[in-house]
Design a binder for this molecule. Structure first.
Ligand code: FES
Ligand code: FES
Length: 154
């Protein structure tokens, strides 16, 4: 059985078992290693991707639920040599320490900025609440998101 979805703008077909969580499908079959396994239980956000505009824990999303849907991963935001605006802001604010949570943080933040380009401080805090950073860089992550919300003016 195959599952068809749009992955980072491209029609993509996966043959993994439909019960397989999207996180494993992306990493093993899709060769996209940006999304990370942190807890596998919906408690950390390291695996966050965007599905049809919403931030989703990919560790909890079986492939079968994604037929015909649109999935974006951190790889869609930019590259190491050409980072996108949100990635560039994270770099400017040195938001990453070990970096393990950052792909998930970026995707959760991007989902907010796509929906609300200039969110309030409270909207940012509430939206980012499900994602955890064990290194404690939340204030820098917040500053990076604010930077983009302010049009690149910190
Ligand atoms: S790995 Fe998915 S929420 Fe932690
Ligand atoms: S930078 Fe290490 S977990 Fe967030």
């Amino acid at each position: 059985m195959t599952t068809n979805l749009k992955l980072n703008g491209r029609a993509t077909r996966f043959s993994s078992d439909p019960d397989t969580p999207l996180l494993y499908v992306l990493r093993n079959e899709g060769r996209l290693n940006g999304a990370k396994f942190g807890c596998g239980m919906g408690q950390c956000g390291a695996c966050t991707v965007i599905v049809d505009g919403e931030a989703v824990f990919s560790c909890l999303a079986p492939l079968a639920t994604l037929e015909g849907r649109s999935v974006r991963t951190v790889e869609s935001l930019g590259t190491a040599t050409a980072p996108g605006p949100l990635q560039a802001a994270f770099i400017r604010h040195q938001a990453a320490q070990c970096g393990y949570c950052i792909a998930g943080m970026l995707m959760r933040a991007q989902a907010l900025l796509d929906r609300i380009p200039q969110p309030t401080d409270q909207q940012i805090r509430e939206h980012m609440e499900p994602n955890l950073c064990r290194c404690g860089t939340h204030t820098r992550i917040f500053a990076a998101i604010k930077d983009v919300a302010n049009g690149g003016n910190p």
